[in-house]
Design a protein around this ligand. Structure first.
Ligand code: BGC
Length: 336
């Protein structure tokens, strides 16, 4: 069932998709996920993402809670890149670099939307040529579907000029009923390599093996144990704030709550994910009078390589004119 649950004069609306297992509330502002409520076997329910009570708070704060991030998620060195021998200049909005699509990236844009069927809503947006410095008129569609215990996000895009794209969803998950931070959660990532960062969080292009480092999540491990080990990369990221390169093609990330009663499995067509342990959350007030200090959530930002335009020989973030960008990520919630 889909319902428009809030309509505002400024065209920022809330839409709720619901079945017997899940209730997902999202907004056409930034395609933001406000709530993912699980209906559990014992009759109780639980919200598993961070957010704000008032939709307009999403315009006031940084942190990208629940939002779709674009055109290009993560950082672009010095906010400059060259494409087809032309130099482009983007906003510098994070230290010396460009972050998450710029000053007014997709997270802050109002999307059109239409209800496709009982379980799917499609949000669409035309990003104009030159918007936030990026070339090409880019038509973006984001589809949210629920199917049983799964939330599915499909991303579609097409441009009339060669451009860059790297879309992700920036939800902060917390599977702990009692609302502690995520240090006691368990994490497993099907990745044998990760991307190193500098002190500004920018991917340097150095790719390291996780084996023998604290970034080895190939087996389920408690986040706090990984954070407790000294590692230069952990220090530079102020925690985990790194891109992991997947080995497999499905069910690549798993997050389990402290008493191991609930599991989130993330499955994606994308080749990696920025795993971010909310190192920069600052104690701001979130939903239901709960404040959000650092480490209160974990983001599993499925995407292509950060700063691919500078790092990769054939950058995976280039979208050629007329070519179709078509990726998906699903989030499955299982009671154990
Ligand atoms: C970045 C962090 C940043 C956060 C919120 C993450 O995707 O990797 O460095 O602080 O988003 O902006």
């Amino acid at each position: 069932m889909i319902e428009i649950t809030e309509k505002n004069k400024d065209n920022i609306d809330l839409i709720t998709i619901k079945n017997a297992k899940l209730e997902v509330t999202l907004s056409n502002l930034g395609c933001t996920i406000l709530k993912i409520i699980l209906f559990k076997a014992d009759g109780s329910c639980q919200d598993v993402v961070l957010g704000y009570d008032d939709i307009h708070d999403y315009l006031k704060y940084d942190g990208y809670l629940g939002a779709v991030v674009g055109r290009v998620a993560n950082r672009i060195a010095k906010g400059r890149f060259k494409l087809n021998n032309q130099e482009y200049e983007l906003a510098i909005n994070n230290g010396p670099n460009h972050l998450h699509g710029g000053i007014k990236g997709f997270s802050y844009r109002i999307f059109d939307y239409r209800i496709v069927d009982d379980m799917t809503v499609e949000l669409s947006y035309r990003s104009q040529d030159g918007e936030e410095g990026y070339p090409g008129n880019l038509d973006v569609k984001v589809l949210y579907t629920i199917d049983g215990d799964r939330l599915l996000i499909r991303y579609l895009a097409q441009s009339d000029q060669d451009t860059l794209i790297n879309l992700t969803n920036h939800s902060y998950f917390n599977l702990d009923q009692d609302n502690h931070g995520i240090e006691e959660h368990y994490l497993q990532i099907d990745a044998t390599k990760f991307a190193c960062v500098d002190g500004d969080g920018l991917a340097t292009g150095e790719i390291e093996n996780v084996a023998g480092t604290t970034f080895d999540f190939t087996r389920l491990g408690q986040i706090k144990d990984h954070l407790a080990i000294y590692d230069k990369q952990l220090e530079l990221g102020n925690g985990i704030d790194h891109h992991f390169i997947f080995k497999g093609k499905k069910n690549q990330v798993s997050l389990v709550n402290p008493d191991k009663s609930l599991q989130l499995i993330v499955s994606t067509s994308l080749p990696g994910a920025q795993i971010y342990t909310a190192n920069y959350l600052d104690g701001r007030m979130g939903k239901n009078g709960q404040s959000y200090p650092a480490r209160f959530g974990v983001c599993i930002e499925t995407q292509n390589m950060p700063d691919a335009i500078h790092i990769e020989k054939n950058p995976t973030t280039i979208l050629k004119k007329g070519q179709r960008y078509d990726e998906f990520t699903s989030y499955q919630f299982i009671e154990l």
